[in-house]
Design a protein around this ligand. Sequence first.
Ligand SMILES: NC(=O)c1ccc[n+]([C@@H]2O[C@H](COP(=O)([O-])OP(=O)(O)OC[C@H]3O[C@@H](n4cnc5c(N)ncnc54)[C@H](O)[C@@H]3O)[C@@H](O)[C@H]2O)c1
Length: 458
Amino acid sequence: MKLCVIGTGYVGLVGAAIFSDWGNEVIGVDKDASKIERIKAGDMPIYEPGLSEIVLNNIKENRLTFTTSVADGIKDAEIVFVCVGTPQSETGAADLSAVWEVAEEIGKNLTGYKVIVTKSTVPVGTNEKVKTIIRANAKEGMEFDVASNPEFLREGSSVDDMKVPDRTVVGTETAKALEVMTRLYTHLGKPIVACDLRSAEMIKYASNGFLATKITFINEMAQLCERAGADVCTVAKGMGLDRRVGPAFLNAGIGYGGSCFPKDVAALYKTSTDQDYDFSLLRGVMEVNKAQKDHFVFKVTRLLGKNLSGKTLAVLGLAFKGDTDDIRESVSIEIVKLLRGMGAKLKVYDPEAMDNAKKVLGDVSVEYCKSSYETMEGADALFILTEWKEFSGIDLEKVKSLLKEPIIFDGRNMLDKEAVQKSGYTYFAIGKRTNGVEKIDSRKSDQRSAFLTNGNGH
Ligand SMILES: NC(=O)c1ccc[n+]([C@@H]2O[C@H](COP(=O)([O-])OP(=O)(O)OC[C@H]3O[C@@H](n4cnc5c(N)ncnc54)[C@H](O)[C@@H]3O)[C@@H](O)[C@H]2O)c1
């Protein structure tokens, strides 16, 4: 099939690569000319395991090309995928300006029947408006269909996720559009959830809202475990082995971040209030997620004090999760900013996100290191903030010889508590009590609210 993918970011570039790898002829379009030039030159603008090889191979096989022109991109395409960003706006709703812009351009350049598919995450009713915009800009009598085909890939494993999805959701209004979409995906042998446009749009938000709720549930359990003397990892293991619960998304930590969960939960909540319904569970999820980070920083202040001037802190992990260079809404970055705001000097390291982090953190009080161990030289404490696998294998004896004080704040429960404590560290994890440290009740403490209301940190 001939396909066009508009927006070559984390979703669009991976999508274009995989579609072409399936044997289709694909044109990727982006308005960012420098991005297109980089991709054409074989230099991937994002880090995603396995992506580069697939892109390069399909460029070589002439199945995958790139342009900045929507007109050129869509000319011969049977399906046009819209994969532009839909970030959070000030009201909490999704900012759909890029989607409207692309719909207008598609309309103006439509030369024959195509299925225009929104892959971007968009609120219920968006595809209907896309259709209206295309119709308003297209030549009279021009035939086209719209479809909703939300994407469920996870950064860090997006190549595999796209190749082998659990299911494909396709919302359409006509049998013709469904036939075209089915032709693209049927070879996967995976369920295709064929439905109406609005249900397809809602499935994406429902999925992300549910996953964010699952993470938040275990984070609340972590708070309770710390106070009650239980270990949240053991509790999660016991829960996850129940098939009705499942083990995924039960890792307690410093809260969810990234380019999807925060904005999608906020947008779903906004959809609910727009429909005169208060989705109070989601409201709670957003509140608890914010508090999770504050709780972590409060633990730091309990041990190191609120004034961190003169302290050097080693930070492992800046990306919002492991195996990606994406720092959008990264809780690690937020924590680094908070610690810096309290006077600390930070020595930071991330395997892939250093360049992106430099753009938002700058050079003030932040030193960018070349390895995990370099961050620790002369530091007063070690922080693990992103779950890169390599951090779980750090040599505890070596770490102790590099740090000034044997203190570890593990925001992702990467290390084995028994082993770390046996090595003589003061070890703070999430949802586990720290030996020798009195119970921390951050939610009740005046100290914490004073710290937060003073606006320290940013
Ligand atoms: N990143 C993920 O893990 C993920 C997963 C599932 C769904 N999604 C959704 O997919 C969508 C895209 O996310 P992303 O992370 O790939 O975003 P991104 O910011 O990485 O990529 C968006 C791309 O669109 C381009 N663009 C913007 N306006 C354009 C225009 N008018 N014409 C051509 N190109 C234009 C940008 O230059 C950019 O390269 C969002 O709605 C997101 O919620 C993302």
